[in-house]
Design a binder for this molecule. Structure first.
Ligand code: ADP
Length: 218
């Protein structure tokens, strides 16, 4: 894991270093190239910041230092907030994004943790889907609610599904990095859901992908 993390950190650091050196050796005096290299620095600094934040979250979760405050949470209202938050990104790609949850979807959860879970799943769905729609739904399932995030993306081949929630596991590493992914999102999702006493799963075929989060009803 440390080797993987170091490898992930090395790329943006190398890019920032190279861009800074180019700027120092003269590019800074040419406005057009200066902008291009500062842009590289900004993009890779953003990537470093996402990576270190995800690494910190994961480390707190794995060492059980993350304190979950389990209370009654209206998952429908939370899902609508997340849809609103990510609506701009979906619209930019021409995707329909909607939350379709019955009123009274009350789960026992930590509101911030559940929000982070939904943000990660909806962000992924928007990121990897080129056309169609992303929907957040809830279904009652005995003493629990299943909240699912479904997309009409390319789907994930079956052989990848059992390993998808592992740290740094990606189906297509190049594509994930191009999209600004850290490869840690789903590992964090799994820990957050399990920390709230729930479980998470995924189903996928060539028509799209569906992530399910099952949480106890409040
Ligand atoms: P990343 O930062 O790479 O998105 P994640 O842990 O969130 O990392 O996801 C791991 C991998 O799972 C991604 O790299 C991608 O290959 C795949 N993946 C996740 N969500 C989807 C989705 N909705 N559709 C297709 N592939 C997905």
């Amino acid at each position: 894991f440390v080797a993987n993390a170091s490898h992930e950190l090395r790329t943006p650091i190398a890019a920032i270093r190279a861009a800074a050196e180019t700027l120092l050796s003269g590019a800074v005096d040419d406005p057009a190239s200066a902008r291009r290299f500062v842009d590289i620095v900004a993009r890779h600094a953003e990537r470093l910041s996402r990576l270190t934040q995800d690494l910190l979250d994961l480390s707190r979760l794995e060492s059980r230092q993350w304190r979950f405050e389990l209370v009654r949470v209206e998952a429908g209202a939370l899902a609508r907030q997340v849809v609103e938050l990510l609506g701009g990104a979906a619209r930019e790609k021409g995707l329909a994004l909607a939350a379709d949850e019955p009123a009274g979807t009350a789960v026992r959860a930590d509101a911030r943790a559940l929000e982070q879970v939904l943000v990660n799943l909806v962000e992924n769905a928007v990121k990897y889907t080129e056309r169609g729609r992303v929907a957040v739904r809830a279904e009652r399932d005995g003493e629990a609610w299943t909240v699912s995030v479904e997309d009409t993306g390319p789907g994930i081949e079956q052989q990848h599904l059992p390993r998808l929630f592992e740290r740094f596991y990606r189906v297509d590493a190049g594509r994930s990095r191009d999209q600004g992914g850290t490869g840690l999102g789903l590992a964090i999702v799994k820990h957050l859901v399990q920390g709230m006493g729930g479980d998470v799963g995924v189903e996928s075929d060539s028509t799209g992908t569906r992530f399910r989060v099952r949480l106890p009803a409040a």
